[in-house]
Design a binder for this molecule. Structure first.
Ligand SMILES: [Zn+2]
Length: 157
């Protein structure tokens, strides 16, 4: 197991100490609120780590733990929505490092922020958004409102 720091885009401008403290408190609240999902992510990360996986800490713009390795690749290939190169479960990102681009990382961090807002309700809200898309004759994954928002974040990365 190797442990390294993964530094994504850093904020260039600070909004001052009050704004920084408020933002840190919101981040902490999001981590606590999404913790039931993060716990599920950690359970999934366990076999990845046992299978000689790697851990990386993403600090910015959203904190997350990036987990990768052979078992991660195996799980991602069998994702229910089709083969994926990364997925977020709470504050855990499971990724195939060979295909992880800054855009994909930004996309997945958008899902981490969505989980921080919705907490344990996020999987239900996500499924409801898929159902909504299907009921309107659209694709359950591509037209899911959470995916649309994550792709928008990707474009602004
Ligand atoms: Zn997505």
């Amino acid at each position: 197991m190797s442990f390294f720091r993964y530094s994504a885009r850093r904020r260039i401008f600070s909004d001052g100490p009050h704004q920084d403290r408020r933002s840190a408190l919101l981040t902490l609240a999001g981590i606590l609120w999404a913790s039931p999902l993060t716990l599920c992510g950690l359970l999934l990360a366990l076999p990845i780590m046992i299978g000689k996986g790697q851990l990386a800490v993403v600090h910015s713009p959203t904190p997350a733990l990036l987990v990768s390795g052979k078992v991660a690749d195996y799980l991602l290939d069998r994702h229910p929505f089709g083969a994926m190169c990364a997925m977020a479960i709470g504050h855990i990102l499971i990724a195939d490092l060979k295909s992880l681009t800054p855009q994909i990382l930004t996309h997945e961090l958008a899902h981490v922020r969505q989980a921080a807002v919705w907490g344990a309700l996020f999987p239900f809200a996500y499924l409801a958004a898929s159902l909504w898309a299907v009921l309107h004759g659209h694709d359950a994954y591509w037209n899911n409102a959470f995916e649309v928002a994550a792709r928008r974040a990707e474009r602004h990365s």
